[in-house]
Ligand binder design. Structure first.
Ligand code: BYC
Length: 319
């Protein structure tokens, strides 16, 4: 049944269904695929889940660039496992979007056509192997801050997918930290490499949490529906508070002269984020946007024959 619109008022049974939906959300219970849901809830979820799924598969590229140049067999095995995990996360998330009626091929086409977004963070290059460690530490660390609350998201399939994703992200973060600890215990050149990577990734990591609350068009409704549990700024602050002591353990400096503990709140104050840079990256003008999309396009086009063969085989078996 379709949801009411401005032109078409709600029928009595839709009023009852809406009331049941509202009661489910108010009771903090999960909405499941079989349940009635307002069209805007469904569309909003597809938007966020697709953006999230696209981020996972595009997120394979920056680290994947180092697979052939990992400094040892052990580091290569760890990195390979991590990059494969990201592919798996994408698959859980596309499956969650399918439970809402979305079509996976349509979603990945929209990514390639730049009609749907993916995380800004993956439009920056990985210049040295220290970037692999810093992505694990900062990017996966930010992902954990953002995604642990999503394990309690109101939509059942999304929340359940997040549980496994978060367990794996937690492992990813620790592998990044361990890599950086090893490098920090190495030569002066290795320590400088780590510091340089931290300098380049710190501010983009803060941008991962999205625009400031007063400039976030989706937050208010998303939080009312229990899809998002905390605002962008609240999660960003949690990330800063969690990360500053870890930076001290590592022995690196975070590139923000204004970073200071506020004795009254017990939280860290930090400097202004360059939101113009964020907007540029979202507009497709980041350092690697074109490269990331071109690679996805090539993967789809070059492998189209596999899809065709698999579809023909499935059709043959079905008949
Ligand atoms: N980058 O109203 P807002 C990972 C968009 S995967 C790009 O605040 P919302 C990992 C936003 O989509 C990381 N776009 O939106 C993977 C919206 O545009 P649309 C991804 C961004 O949804 C591999 C517009 O800006 N994580 O961690 O309430 C290896 C206005 O924003 C960004 C997720 O996707 C951004 N940074 O809040 C390692 C988590 N920020 O859609 C790690 C799930 C905002 O209206 N997603 N936009 O065209 C979320 O929690 C929320 O969607 C966000 C944004 C906090 C990201």
């Amino acid at each position: 049944m379709s949801a009411p619109t401005l032109d078409r008022p709600a029928a009595p049974d839709e009023v009852a269904l809406q009331a049941q939906f509202d009661a489910t959300i108010a009771a903090d219970h999960r909405i499941e695929p079989r349940d009635w849901m307002p069209e805007a809830y469904r569309k909003g979820l597809i938007r966020q889940i697709a953006q999230h799924a696209h981020s996972e598969i595009i997120g394979m590229q920056p680290e994947g660039d180092w697979l052939l140049a990992a400094p040892s067999l052990r580091r290569k095995a760890i990195l390979l496992a991590k990059v494969q995990d990201e592919a798996g996360h994408g698959m859980y998330l596309y499956s969650a979007a399918e439970t809402l009626g979305a079509d996976r091929a349509d979603l990945t086409d929209k990514l390639i056509e730049r009609k749907q977004k993916y995380s800004s963070i993956f439009n920056y290059p990985t210049q040295t192997y220290a970037d692999v460690g810093v992505i694990g530490w900062l990017v996966d660390g930010a992902a954990i801050c953002n995604q642990v609350p999503l394990c309690r998201s109101s939509y059942g399939p999304y929340a359940r997918a997040m549980i496994r994703v978060c367990k794996e992200e937690s492992f990813h973060q620790r592998q990044g930290f361990e890599l950086l600890m090893t490098m920090m215990g190495g030569t002066g050149a290795q320590r400088a490499m780590v510091q340089d990577a931290v300098d380049r990734w710190w501010w983009p990591s803060l941008m991962m949490f999205g625009p400031p609350d007063d400039d976030s068009p989706n937050s208010a409704q998303s939080m009312k529906w229990g899809v998002k549990r905390h605002s962008n700024d609240e999660l960003r602050q949690r990330f800063v508070d969690m990360t500053v002591p870890q930076a001290a353990v590592l022995g690196v400096t975070l590139p923000d002269p204004e970073l200071a503990l506020d004795p009254e709140t017990g939280r860290y104050r930090f400097g202004a984020i360059d939101w113009d840079e964020f907007k540029q990256v979202l507009a497709g003008k980041g350092p690697c946007n074109d490269e990331r999309i071109a690679r996805r396009r090539a993967a789809r086009d070059d492998n189209a024959w596999v899809t065709e063969a698999a579809t023909a085989y499935a059709d043959k078996h079905a008949s």
